[in-house]
Design a protein around this ligand. Structure first.
Ligand SMILES: C[S@@+](CC[C@H](N)C(=O)[O-])C[C@H]1O[C@@H](n2cnc3c(N)ncnc32)[C@H](O)[C@@H]1O
Length: 327
């Protein structure tokens, strides 16, 4: 009898437009997967047997969800029937030019087998399974579907919140984030509302909604948590004195090349050795630049980070979240 947890096919759900980037990653990693049927946001690969759920433990920045494919059905009911090994079923669909996940209340536990039904047309439903592990999005199709609050000054709020949900990041009130490229303040607003204080670096003006939490200098912070300190200058001019003590996270949303951002990241990590995590929104001019992923990881390893992830999120266009943490 066929093993219900094995298949010769894998499918990936991701952002429409990133399919070639995904195929390039698969090739660069020498996985031996051969790309096959493809639709926008959906790519299938033929893999060499034996291939199991554990073999899906591959980090592909252009894939928000990787599943063992259990085949195609003409109806949703038939697609669900193929997923009897799964304890939770997620639903995804290509809609409004996006590969969307449909909201699901159940939070998967680590180790649990999740089924996914992907609707690509009125009579085209694909069934797939994966096992939930840390750093995998708990949401259907890796898409939390969160909506931005009306008072957020920018879409950067969504990028921060989606990354927090996707990677399962946790902050404490003792954390202090330094964010390069903080204006007008979507990320700062999200962090303040999570109770986290922020040193924002940017020569540009901040929105009033975050200015109300601003302190005039780092010494004025005591007892006013969470606070925001605007260091109104270009990143390259920030010194150890501007940062003070206790910075634990480095974030960047500067519209600069990956090399410039990583150079600043290394300098800030030297100035603030308590930094335990890095979260960068990398802006690529061409999706094929992800060929540099190994070089970016090497540079972060050189700064003392042990776990690195590069991930395109549902709210990104030509952007990627680069996460690095220390164990
Ligand atoms: C996409 S916006 C940032 C959005 C912001 N993170 C938010 O949450 O609203 C990019 C910002 O990077 C800033 N920037 C670009 N180069 C910079 C540099 N060298 N130093 C500091 N900020 C920089 C720009 O002034 C701009 O405000």
């Amino acid at each position: 009898m066929a093993d219900p947890l094995a298949s010769e096919f894998v499918f990936s759900l991701g952002n429409p437009g990133s399919e070639n980037g995904l195929k390039q990653e698969v090739e660069a990693m020498r996985l031996g997967w051969r790309s096959g049927y493809q639709r926008r946001g959906f790519v299938t690969f033929k893999v060499d047997a034996p291939f199991s759920l554990e073999s899906l433990d591959v980090q592909l920045a252009c894939s928000r969800r990787l599943c063992l494919s259990l085949g195609k059905s003409a109806t949703r009911e038939e697609a669900i029937e193929r997923l009897e090994v799964a304890s939770v079923i997620h639903h995804a669909r290509y809609f409004e030019r996006k590969m969307q996940g449909l909201p699901c209340e159940a939070r998967p536990q680590v180790g649990e087998i999740i089924g996914t039904v992907v609707e690509l047309g009125s009579a085209e439903f694909w069934s797939g399974i994966h096992r939930h592990t840390p750093f995998l999005s708990p949401d259907p199709a890796g898409d939390s579907g969160i909506l931005m609050p009306v008072d957020s000054p920018s879409r950067a709020w969504l990028k921060l919140e989606e990354a927090v949900r996707f990677f399962g990041l946790e902050f404490t009130p003792a954390d202090i984030v330094v964010e390069l490229g903080c204006a007008p303040g979507g990320v700062v607003l999200a962090l303040l509302r999570r109770g986290v204080s922020v040193i924002g670096v940017d020569p540009a003006k901040m929105a009033d909604v975050v200015v109300s939490s601003a302190i005039d200098n780092r010494d004025g912070a005591a007892g006013r948590e969470p606070w925001f300190f605007h260091c109104r200058k270009p990143a390259a001019l920030v010194s150890k004195r501007d940062l003070g003590h206790g910075v634990t996270w480095f974030m960047s949303d500067m519209n600069q090349s990956p090399d410039v951002v990583l150079r600043e990241c290394a300098r800030f990590c030297k100035m603030a050795p308590e930094i335990r995590g890095v979260l960068i929104t990398l802006k690529l001019t061409d999706i094929m630049q992800i060929a540099d992923k190994a070089r970016w990881f090497e540079s972060l390893a050189g700064m003392g980070f042990t776990h690195m992830r590069l991930q395109q999120l549902a709210v990104h266009h030509k952007e990627f979240s680069l996460l690095a943490t220390k164990s």
